[in-house]
Design a binder for this molecule. Structure first.
Ligand code: BEZ
Length: 250
């Protein structure tokens, strides 16, 4: 599977809705003045800045150089670091992550690193893609990329667990799970529609095709998805399913 790459400027135009829809997970975090909070997969820092505005001392980490550069422009403490190799030592009062954990391949390394980063009793609050997330999009991509001899999903660009399986995984890593829920959240896309979404969030996959085949593959994917995700006014809705949780480090 081609690794996903991020372009902060493109993300700011097309993916801004991701941070705009995060108010409930920020409420669940309930950041307090003076707390040290780790934001894993902080992207361009839109939510890191909101957490900092509540008076918390936030450190953001993200593996994308483009996203880290954009976050640093906001004058935030953000480092280029993958969530799979966190090297913090029992220093944070809370950890937070929105729409990022599902991009990380080694979930056990991620959860060990987060647990190690937290003080005993600290909170871990996150939202990620859950089981069934973007199901229609995945099926369309499998159909289109099969013609190019590429399995669009096997080997997994993303990990979308059920609440039962992530609950067990969190407990195995020393967390007490207080709340975990799958939340279907169909999401209306901005003007850029499905084409913009695919070019932003499946860029790594389309980049695996020779350049001359990419536009036709995009057209075909959009055509396949139209009956399921586009309404009679041309508005696109993505079939997002969220997994949201609050766990306490033991
Ligand atoms: C998500 O936030 O669920 C997501 C976004 C883009 C690609 C895959 C998942």
């Amino acid at each position: 599977m081609g690794a996903q790459t991020w372009n902060a400027a493109q993300y700011a135009r097309i993916g801004r809705f991701v941070a705009d829809l995060a108010s409930q997970v920020i409420d669940l975090l309930n950041p307090k003045p003076g707390e040290r909070i780790l934001d894993i997969g902080c992207g361009d820092g839109a939510l890191t800045a909101q957490i900092a505005a509540a008076g918390a001392k936030v450190t953001g980490v993200d593996s994308s150089p483009s996203m880290v550069a954009a976050a640093q422009l906001r004058k935030l403490d953000v480092r280029q670091l993958s969530g799979e190799v966190l090297d913090f030592d029992h220093e944070f009062d809370a950890a937070f992550s929105n729409a990022a954990l599902h991009w990380m391949h080694n979930q056990d390394a991620v959860l060990s690193g987060i647990h190690r980063a937290l003080k005993p009793g600290a909170r871990f609050v996150a939202e990620m893609g859950g089981h069934g997330n973007i199901a229609a999009i995945q099926v369309a991509l499998v159909a289109v990329f099969a013609k190019h001899g590429i399995d669009a999903v096997q080997g997994g660009q993303n990990y979308f667990p059920t609440s039962a399986s992530y609950d067990s995984r969190l407990r195995r890593h020393g967390f007490d799970v207080k709340y975990i829920e799958i939340i279907p959240r169909p999401t209306l896309l901005p003007e850029s529609g499905m084409r913009g979404w695919l070019k932003t969030f499946r860029r790594g996959l389309f980049d695996r095709l020779p350049e001359f085949e990419r536009e036709a593959a995009l057209d075909e994917t959009v055509r396949l998805l139209e009956p399921a995700l586009c309404d009679d006014r041309g508005h696109w809705t993505v079939d997002y399913v969220r997994l949201r949780f609050l766990a306490i480090a033991k």
